[in-house]
Design a protein around this ligand. Structure first.
Ligand code: NAP
Length: 317
């Protein structure tokens, strides 16, 4: 079995930043970038303009930012493996990392596996019903599909993602309705203002989605007013969930401690997990900030901590 100083799991902003730092420190890290799980490149791959990453005054497309980070990591010697990690054994040392095809022993590990978009479990939206037939959890990935053109589209959620997706969908939709369960958006002020000022966006306050109907594709949504409990049936061309994310930790099989919200626990102010030599970076350990720049920052921290830890163990110089 191949043996390495450092394996990084995840190819989003955190994993790639960790790879840049670790490869510049000549650790020759191996990075599992994902494959079937649909997580290659992380959440920036499903974002359009990134306007808040320092250094890009005119913004940069999410996928382009990730591609640049990847090229930078490769330039310094990171080996990219296009596989999902399906299992790890952190009880043995060196740790064992098992991908779809590859099995690797590693002396240290950075988990940067990110988080995935949540879905609501309501009738009509499930797999085999209208999921991916007008119901999706990624407007940026799917919004340009012909079935959504010139239709009334419904985005569920009230955070920055919901607003961002609603604005994105206005390019194609007749009208976009933001369906929010409360009477105030969670989104930042600037995003809220953009939504409120947009002629094609209306916010439906205090509403929850109770059902989606349609023969082959989405045709109607049934919403319930949380105050009056009255239901309304509205013609719809698409439903887009934007209700937050769940950290990708299942492949760890509970070998690392998690927080109450299911994110990886790290010692405060560090990226050190509950197992020595294993570090966590990015959204898999961050329920609070979840920004590209904070993910990249924690990726840097994880690499520096791994480099120091390996040296402290006498494994590297
Ligand atoms: P979020 O901030 O956690 O918002 C999730 C939204 O979904 C909330 O409005 C929440 O309602 C709603 N929600 C959750 N569960 C629900 C349910 N079961 N039924 C109905 N509604 C439900 O998630 P996010 O919008 O994905 O943003 C995550 C982080 O990324 C945030 O820190 C955000 O600022 C950041 N972000 C930034 C940008 C940007 O700056 N351009 C873009 C996207 C994301 P409640 O409000 O009632 O809890």
């Amino acid at each position: 079995m191949e043996k390495h100083h450092l394996v990084i799991i995840g190819s989003g902003a955190s994993g790639l930043t960790a790879a840049i730092y670790a490869s510049r420190a000549q650790l020759e890290p191996v990075l599992f970038e994902g494959f079937l799980s649909g997580t290659v490149g992380g959440q920036l791959m499903t974002t359009t303009d990134v306007e808040n990453f320092p250094g890009f005054p005119n913004g940069i497309l999410g996928p382009e930012l990730i591609d640049r980070m990847k090229q930078q990591a490769i330039r310094f010697g990171t080996k990219i493996i296009p596989e999902d990690v399906v299992q790890v054994d952190l009880k043995k040392y060196p740790f064992i990392i098992i991908g779809n095809k590859t099995r690797i022993e590693t002396e240290s590990l950075i988990v940067a596996s990110g988080a995935l978009a949540n879905r609501l479990d309501v009738p009509g939206t499930r797999n085999g019903e209208l999921w991916q037939k007008g119901v999706t959890a990624c407007a940026v990935c799917d919004g340009a599909a012909p079935i959504f053109r010139n239709k009334d589209l419904f985005v569920i959620g009230g955070g920055d993602s919901a607003v961002e997706e609603a604005i994105f969908l206005t390019k194609y939709a007749k009208k976009v309705y933001l369906v929010h369960r409360r009477d105030v958006l969670r989104a930042s002020k600037i995003m809220t203002q953009r939504a409120m000022n947009h002629p094609k966006i209306s916010v439906l306050w205090n509403r929850i989605l109770v059902r989606v109907e349609g023969e082959e594709i989405v045709e109607r949504v049934i919403l319930e007013n949380t105050l009056t409990h009255q239901q309304e049936k509205i013609n719809a061309g698409g439903v887009f969930f934007a209700i937050g994310h769940t950290p990708n930790v299942s492949f760890l099989d509970r070998q690392l401690k998690v927080t109450e919200q299911g994110y990886l626990w790290v010692s405060p102010g560090t990226t050190q997990t509950s197992v020595e030599g294993v570090f966590a970076a990015g959204d898999v350990q961050d329920s609070l900030y979840r920004q590209a720049i904070t993910a990249a920052g924690s990726g840097c921290m994880a690499a520096l901590e791994a480099i120091k830890w390996l040296a402290h163990q006498g494994i590297t110089e």
